[in-house]
Design a protein around this ligand. Structure first.
Ligand code: ATP
Length: 769
């Protein structure tokens, strides 16, 4: 194990990747595969028995709720946990047809030499790499199999060790310089339950005579393979420096930084699985929330955790954080910037505290035989006073009481406590007062409040100088656009969440009461100068209706915004892109959480790093930090990454540039876009289809997207046309990057977003300028 200081920043270097063994012959390979197959068969027999036991346990309802939060869980090493894991694993496989997504339940084997380990411990280095090979007896040898879950036989002997257990850590941490007693590390490659290959890394200079060494090393084999539509887990080839971040303490804030393709995302996801293993009670019942940039991203990573047997993590894109709003639409960079900055809070606060548009502006009635008249300024004063202490939607009673006090005060009767008590008593259930309250103090949906801001005059008034003149018009116009199209933008979600925290959850009215007062309203309110009453849309009413909303306004307001869910751990990927308002939104979900935060400043699309950093610090609070830095690029062929690095360095000289470990000998193709972009792109795609087996992306700015539409879906569905922002976090076998200058011009992060686009290809890239 490394010490604390080496945990801060780790430099993997080639030692993590190489130990290249001497390849054995085909016969040796076949023999070795047969040996491993025998063990894998035994494991599956045992697993089948455990699955049956687990089904029984579940039927009896003893140990768990159905795939939800656990009610009770045994000791981490206990049989109950094993059966639970077996059950979860089978369920995950059934539900998501995972069989082709991962490479076998048992994926690793360690041949450990305890004599070597003892000698190292005696020499004071638990893992010295002095290259000696002590003479050992067979009693000193141990074989450990590593897998996606722990499996034991009837005598409770381990057949497979869960990859997250301490006993498995040598599989990831051992290197030739720190062998940790490991002679040989073997990765088993399987299809279904059949072992189809093994790849060995030797940890000592020479293999003992009885240990055969085969294969070319598992990591390179994994990196060279073609990319499908979904991210794969890397459980068989996690590198030592990645393992440190995965197994880092669950407490506080864990920051993982590094350039493109350094495995930040995949490491963070394995960390989520590790946290669930290490403290299942806390993280399964408290919940883990994973936030990513887009729906494409969540679809891309959604298989990783189930392939590790973990189903209980909540994945959300920034446009999907609220249960009732789902959007992928982005505002223009200028409007997104206004909406993302905390400067907008003045406007939101004033709107949340302001008058409800069309609410009555005076109140007149006879109460307890006294004529009451409240003017607009009386009503405003009462509203401000109540909202200083309450959320609007939960303060109807408080507002009615405060209004009664204000009404009494206007009567100018002093010292008559009995008369006042009688007046307030009558006030409380006076029909005119209740009808007035319905119009003056309705339940407001936070989304309604945001839509009020489609009025530029209201925006200007409420913003009180906190927004620049040139921001007001486009901001109001963006809400008018939402009203016209029935679609929110991704940046709106954080504003709705902010308003929701201000106005509180919409309270559902009693069914009978509502009917009664709706009739009252129509009769009485005309005498208060109210000509039309539109009862605030009750979201509950909408959601109870089975008919999907059709009008744009109804679509915007469909469903009911519930209380904010809080989580025990929040994992934020592409953290460099979150606006300050988005940090506040996520912070509300992690007020008592520990965090894993993953990002790369050089890929940022949010322009004001300092403001975002302040909001992010506020979300984390005073919790301790631990930092991990990844500096090996596992995604891009070196030739591709060299081009991207050169481009970004021109404008971001301090960009965090990793080292790409894989060379293909193929340079990216740089060519002109020409007069007929569609024909040029078709030709480039045609060439790539013959060169790679997996997914190909045509990354195009908005100016070209429509024209290139026909390319999408070609190559039997392997080709996709996608905008640069949506490629964040994704990867492909090959990419065609269209018009890099235009990508830089149109994108909120300029060259940084181009850098994202140029680092998505694993094997081949064509850039059309
Ligand atoms: N140890 C490993 N074994 C096999 N593949 C790995 C390993 N580490 C990373 N990879 C692969 O490298 C690729 C890049 O990983 P990932 O997407 O997590 O990088 P990232 O740092 O999040 O990139 P970006 O910042 O560009 O989004 C993925 O295909 C991932 O599976």
């Amino acid at each position: 194990m490394s010490n604390a200081s080496s945990q801060r920043t780790t430099t993997p270097g080639p030692r993590d990747i190489t130990p290249v063994p001497a390849p054995g012959g085909p016969e040796e390979l076949a023999r070795e595969i047969a040996v491993e197959q025998a063990h894998v068969d035994r494991v599956h027999e045992e697993l089948a028995k455990a699955g049956l036991r687990a089904d029984t346990v579940q039927a009896e309802g003893l140990a768990r709720t159905e795939f939800g939060r656990l009610v009770e869980i045994g000791d981490a090493e206990g049989a109950g946990l094993f059966e639970r894991d077996a059950l979860m694993f089978h369920a995950a496989k059934r539900r998501t047809a995972l069989d082709t997504q991962y490479e076998g339940l048992v994926f690793g084997r360690l041949d450990i030499d305890h004599a070597m380990l003892r000698a190292d411990v005696a020499a004071g280095t638990a893992a010295s790499g002095n290259g000696h090979r002590p003479t050992t007896t067979s009693d000193d040898r141990e074989v450990r199999y590593i897998g996606r879950l722990g499996v034991r036989d009837d005598d409770y002997e381990p057949l497979v060790i869960d990859w997250r257990a301490p006993a498995a850590s040598a599989f990831y941490r051992a290197t030739p310089t720190q062998p940790m007693g490991v002679l040989r590390r073997r990765v088993l490659r399987s299809r279904g339950t059949t072992v189809i290959g093994v790849e060995d890394d030797l940890m000592v200079p020479e293999a003992p005579d009885d240990l055969v060494v085969v294969g070319d090393g598992a990591l390179m084999a994994a990196l060279t393979r073609s990319r499908g539509e979904r991210m794969r887990d890397i459980v068989a080839t996690i590198q030592a420096h990645q393992d440190e971040a995965i197994r880092a303490s669950a407490r506080g804030v864990t920051e993982i930084t590094g350039g493109p393709g350094t495995g930040k995302t995949v490491v963070a996801l394995h960390r989520a699985a590790y946290l669930l293993y290490s403290d299942r009670r806390r993280f399964e019942s408290g919940g883990i929330l994973v936030i990513g940039p887009s729906g494409a991203y969540t679809a891309y990573i959604e298989r990783v955790l189930p392939s590790l047997g973990e189903e209980s993590v909540v994945l959300r894109a920034l446009g999907d954080v609220l249960d009732v709003v789902h959007t992928e639409r982005h505002d223009s960079p200028a409007v997104a910037r206004t909406k993302g900055s905390t400067r907008i809070r003045t406007l939101l606060g004033a709107a949340a505290r302001g008058r409800v548009p069309d609410a009555p502006t005076e109140f007149r009635a006879m109460v307890a035989g006294r004529p009451v008249r409240l003017e607009a300024r009386d009503l405003d004063r009462v509203r401000s006073q109540v909202l200083r202490q309450h959320q609007r939607n939960t303060a109807t009673g408080a507002a009615q009481a405060a209004l009664g006090e204000a009404a009494w005060a206007t009567l100018g009767v002093s010292g008559d406590r009995e008369a006042k008590a009688e007046f307030l008593d009558r006030w409380e259930d006076h029909l005119d007062v209740e009808a007035f309250m319905q119009a003056w103090w309705p339940q407001v949906d936070p989304r309604e409040v945001l839509l009020w801001l489609a009025d530029p005059a209201l925006v200007r008034r409420h913003a009180r100088g906190t927004l620049r003149d040139e921001e007001v018009g486009p901001l109001a116009a963006s809400f008018a656009h939402a009203l016209a199209t029935g679609s929110w933008s991704v940046a709106d979600v954080a504003l709705i969440d902010d308003l929701s925290a201000r106005v509180g959850p919409v309270q559902e009215a009693e069914q009978e009461e509502r009917g009664f007062y709706e009739i009252e309203e129509l009769e009485d309110l005309s005498s208060y100068g109210v000509t039309e009453v539109q009862p605030v849309r009750s979201a509950a009413r909408d959601s109870s209706s089975a008919v999907a909303p059709t009008e744009p306004r109804e679509r915007l307001l469909a469903g009911r915004i519930d209380r904010t869910d809080e989580y025990a751990h929040v994992l934020v990927d592409e953290a460099q892109d979150l606006s300050p308002m988005q940090w506040r939104m996520i912070g509300r979900r992690g007020r008592h959480a520990s965090w894993t935060v993953v990002g790369d400043a050089a890929q940022a699309s949010w322009p004001d790093a300092a403001e975002a950093a302040a909001a992010r610090e506020e979300a984390f609070g005073s919790q301790a930090r631990q930092r991990f830095h990844m500096d090996t690029n596992y995604r891009n062929a070196r030739e591709i990454f060299d081009h991207a690095a050169e481009v970004v360095r021109r404008e971001v000289p301090d960009a965090d540039i990793p080292q790409a470990v894989r060379e293909t000998g193929v340079q990216p193709v740089l060519a002109p876009l020409g007069d007929d972009p569609l024909a040029t792109v078709r030709e480039a795609v045609g060439a790539l289809l013959g060169q790679v087996e997996g997914a190909i992306a045509v990354i195009a700015p908005a100016a070209h997207a429509e024209r290139l539409g026909p390319v999408s879906g070609s190559g039997e569905g392997r080709v996709q046309v996608i905008d640069p922002m949506s490629t964040k976090g994704l990867e492909y076998d090959a990419t065609v990057v269209v018009d890099p200058d235009e990508i830089t011009r149109e994108s909120p992060g300029g060259i940084r977003v181009l850098y994202v686009a140029l680092t998505r290809a694993a094997h081949r890239m064509t850039v059309l300028s």
